[in-house]
Design a protein around this ligand. Structure first.
Ligand code: PEP
Length: 249
């Protein structure tokens, strides 16, 4: 099964307008010849300015979160429809920082993924275990539980990307071994196969996230069940992001 790889940059809450524009410009300028899909997810207030820079380039634009509702009395929130209106094609849902900082449950993440589908966006659904859960031998069970609770029944390979991001690897410079990444990605595919069928499981893109850097990307991107990366820190440096993307095939 050939799946087009996706390298996604999660800029988190970094940079001001000029920084985002410059970063987007540099990524777009260096992306010629990259053999996979590229996505950047700026802070929500920069979606408009970054979108203008990316207009006419092959880079996709995404958001880092959305509200589940289409509109209404939700101060400070942004709907999936608003993101689509601003030119987004993707939205990350259930990032571990949202789960931890905002108490987002699997049910809340599922509702956000459904909102993404309603607005015509592709949901990047994030899952991943904590260090204590891995140490307790519970990583597979935790991730399967998150998939079960966060992935809507309506999820397809066309409207969903799954990102496996062990919480303990995010922003720490630590990663699981390549063998561990392959094993849990294979487990995720089997879990999705059981819930959504073999076709979806074979086609859905599974990204690895957690301290992906130019120095470890080749090994991680070569794994059979890894279809790209969700990149945090290294996506803030165009050269590093593009160097990671150079490992796409
Ligand atoms: C992330 O937060 O999605 C992430 C993977 O961050 P980092 O690459 O910095 O570990």
């Amino acid at each position: 099964m050939s799946r087009t790889m996706l390298i996604a940059g999660n800029w988190k809450m970094n940079g001001l307008t000029a920084d985002g524009e410059a970063l987007a410009r540099a990524v777009a300028a260096g992306s010629t010849g990259v053999g996979c899909d590229l996505l950047v997810c700026p802070p929500s207030v920069q979606i408009g300015s970054v979108g203008q820079v990316l207009s006419g380039t092959p880079l996709a634009l995404g958001a880092q979160d959305c509200h589940a509702a289409e509109g209404g009395a939700h101060t400070g929130d942004i709907s999936a429809e608003m993101l689509a209106d601003m030119g987004c094609g993707f939205v990350i849902v259930g990032h571990s920082e949202r789960r931890a900082d905002h108490g987002e449950t699997d049910a809340a993440v599922q509702a956000k993924a459904l909102a993404a589908y309603r607005a015509g966006l592709i949901a990047v659904v994030c899952v991943g275990e904590t260090e204590a859960e891995r140490d307790a031998g519970q990583a597979d069970a935790v991730v399967a539980g998150q998939i079960g609770g966060s992935l809507p029944n309506d999820a397809t390979a066309a409207n969903t990307v799954i990102a496996y991001e062990p919480v303990w690897a995010i922003g720490t410079g630590r990663t699981p071994t390549a063998e561990d990444v392959q094993a849990i990605h294979s487990h995720i595919r089997a879990t999705v196969s059981a819930s959504h069928g073999a076709e979806m499981a074979n086609k859905v893109r599974l990204l690895y996230g957690g301290s992906v850097k130019p120095g470890n990307a080749a090994e991680l991107m070569a794994l059979a069940d890894v279809d790209g990366a969700l990149v945090g820190g290294a996506s803030l440096v165009a050269e590093d992001f593009l160097s990671i993307a150079a490992n796409c095939s």
